[in-house]
Design a protein around this ligand. Sequence first.
Ligand SMILES: [Fe+2]
Length: 512
Amino acid sequence: MIPRRRFLAGSLASAAVALPFGIVRGAPVTFSADPYTLGVASGCPRENSVILWTRLAPRPLEEGGMPPSPVEVEWQVAEDEGFARIAAKGVVRATAELAHSVHAEVKGLRPGRVYWYRFRAGSAVSPVGHTRTAPAPGNSNGRFRFAFASCQQYEQGYFAAYRDMAARDLDLVVHLGDYIYEKSWGSRHVRQHGVGIPTTLAEFRNRYALYKSDADLQAAHAAFPWLSIWDDHEVADDYANDRAYTTRDPELFLKIRAAAYQAYYEHMPLPPSARPIGPDATIYEHYRFGDMLDMLLLDDRQYRSAPACVHGGRPTWVPDCPERTEEARAMLGRPQERWFDARLGDGKGRWTIVAQQTLMAEARRKDAEGGDRYWMDGWDGYPNARRRLLDSIVTHKVRNPVVIGGDRHAYFAADLKRDFARPRDATVATEFVGTSITSEGPSESNVRKALADNPGLTYARGDKRGYATVELSARSLTVGFEALDDVKDAHSAVRRLATFVVEDGSPGAKAA
Ligand SMILES: [Fe+2]
């Protein structure tokens, strides 16, 4: 267990003691206020490397409040909390072009061990973060634990789920999108965005700064390395590639997407290779955790075909039409599909987690006339792309495939089938969807109906906010649905709502 208070220690307090860093380069820099208002983070852990992140932002809601000049930021990684045994150190340049964010690629670390890290700019020393490298192959040392989360509309609740998460002993956190929301919606707001929908880089930066000023979110970043992918609300509601019902002109929309992607990069512990070029950025990636786990992160927003059957409108619950089942419709796009297939081909982990944005299982809704309606923004709008993805899993005989998702603001467990019309066919993969950190869920009657109308769904619960934990061992994978008592209470307790086990070699979630 990691004591949370360590991560909340003010940097100005630590800056008052003797400066712990050895190197001073460039012009001396001073800050009118604490520049580490957005905390510290680490991410993308590999056997020998990790990414360290911070952003200098003494006035976070005013585009950071930094002068336009670059600032040299030192970083240190230590084997001990007291920084007596330094494992690596370096200097990176924080520039106005990237909102004085820092993405330090630390190399030469040892596999499967914990490290502490901190930054210094001028005399300002950051809070200390804690991270962990991926285990080496051949090392199947018993267990691997991670949490996954998504959908954190700031106004609709407090990030108490992250306080609970930060107190756990985890190897990793996976964020599946909707890290920010561009729009205000939902009822009973507990706090406000204060401004409208962002469309410019400055506005997106301020939105990230607002969300990242949350102490509980900062604690979860400072405690563990993260892997993250985006969904729609980092840019615009239900967008698909260059199409958005909110901005009909694709050229104009791509300008918004470019600003949104850049602000995402600036605020997440991503490697420089994920830095956007205009409106494009590669965030799909493969991570290996010893012999235990292959983690494949997908991007199902940037390359997908336009939503089917909605004629440019909002892709909500829509009756079927021939366009939906056209073979060529893409969710990942051909390059990412080929990449996914190749990565499955050389996967070595006992467990393979496919981390993606939304519910993959079929979830039709019956309308009053008894016809089927489909949520065209999800995989049900792209059934052949889904079948191709599941075909890859079958072709490569992936040992234990498990899909995780977010987006739906409900907990789901599901059995994924190549053809959902044949529910007795073998289950290809097991699926779990965590609920939302704060965002409002569907009505319980709709969730119950979904469960009744869709044989692939084995569990559904829409009335609880929270996240999910996963514990892997050689023999089984255990998923816990961790739910808040009350998302409107900043100090809410978290309780285990349901536990599922997937046994090695036997797809399908068993309630435990
Ligand atoms: Fe969401």
